[in-house]
Design a protein around this ligand. Structure first.
Ligand SMILES: [Zn+2]
Length: 96
């Protein structure tokens, strides 16, 4: 069992626990009860977001962890695509 689940059960207030965003290369912090930083969560397709939430609410951990991995993969892929666009990336060649 991950410490993240215990943190939610404590709920005594005080300082909010933060952890690093699990998306590779992301410098942002997330709240201990959140899967990733908000910027990256917004990049996750809504269908995967719903899966993650539904498994989390039902405490279906056997399904939650694979869904969580899919969400992180999707955010990482979207982040990569965004970076390629911003830096010119492979598409810059089209302008030449
Ligand atoms: Zn992030």
């Amino acid at each position: 069992m991950s410490p993240a689940f215990n943190a939610k059960a404590q709920g005594r207030g005080g300082a909010k626990e933060t952890k690093p965003c699990p998306v590779p290369g992301c410098p942002a912090e997330r709240e201990g009860t959140k899967l990733m930083c908000l910027t990256h969560w917004r990049l996750v397709p809504i269908s995967i977001q719903r899966e993650v939430w539904s498994y989390w609410r039902n405490r279906n951990m056997a399904e939650y962890w694979p869904a969580r991995s899919r969400a992180i993969d999707a955010a990482a892929a979207a982040e990569l695509a965004k970076r390629n666009l911003n830096s010119g990336g492979p598409q810059a060649e089209l302008k030449i």
